[in-house]
Ligand binder design. Structure first.
Ligand SMILES: [Zn+2]
Length: 220
């Protein structure tokens, strides 16, 4: 993209124009709006609609999209971290990679944490440190294997800077055999406002005529 103000080419990872420093938007959100990404997601959504029509559950698919449009972002952590965050108005939550870089956290010597920087930099090249990972929830509960306490985020605080991705990036890269540093297949990420569309594309085959929407809706 080019800067709106000085027309200089802006690298995909930059939040600011390198020449005039104008804010050009969050790179993780901008990438979801490229022709390649939005076009590939549209094709998946069209496939989801067609497939649901053939199975007689297109209304269920529509309700599912509306339900996911009301989902929230959630993260789970232990009580100690939660206490630190609420004890001070100046406490900030920073990404795993920033914590490691700052010397606040020792990375584990396991497959996940050794591979994590490569996976995250493949998905968000040169700005992976800025990304905090959450999941979507319909019932205010998150993945408690990360901690017993679910923290849901206020939508107005995150809706302009958040994007959604198909699944755990580590598992996605394995499944799609993406080599570190290579392009990630298009159509598997969306802006916050399009999270319902991504959910339709991902989960339409699990919907049936009698699927009921509730806050305990669970899909794998
Ligand atoms: Zn500029």
């Amino acid at each position: 993209m080019n800067c709106t103000f000085c027309h200089t080419a802006v690298p995909p990872h930059s939040r600011n124009c390198p020449i005039c420093q104008a804010d050009v938007g969050f790179p993780n959100v901008r990438v979801t709006q490229t022709t390649e990404e939005s076009g590939a997601l549209l094709v998946r959504v069209q496939d989801a609609v067609l497939s649901s029509k053939l199975r007689g559950c297109e209304m269920v698919l529509e309700r599912f999209e509306r339900t996911v449009q009301d989902s929230k972002a959630v993260l789970c952590r232990n009580l100690e971290l939660l206490n630190d965050l609420v004890s001070s108005e100046n406490a900030l939550y920073i990404s795993f990679q920033k914590q490691v870089k700052a010397g606040m956290r020792l990375p584990k010597e396991d497959l996940w944490e050794i591979g994590r920087p490569a996976v995250e930099s493949t998905l968000f090249p040169h700005y992976e440190e800025e990304i905090n990972f959450m999941c979507l929830t319909l019932n205010n509960r998150g993945l408690t294997n990360y901690g017993a306490y679910s923290i849901t985020l206020k939508e107005p605080m995150i809706c302009r800077r958040s994007s959604v991705f198909e699944e755990n990036p580590f598992l996605f890269m394995e499944k799609h055999r993406v080599v570190a540093g290579h392009p990630v297949p298009c159509g598997f990420r969306a802006s916050w406002d399009d999270r319902g569309k991504l959910a339709m594309a991902k989960l339409h085959s699990k919907l049936e005529k009698n699927t009921k929407m509730s806050n305990s809706l669970k899909f794998c």
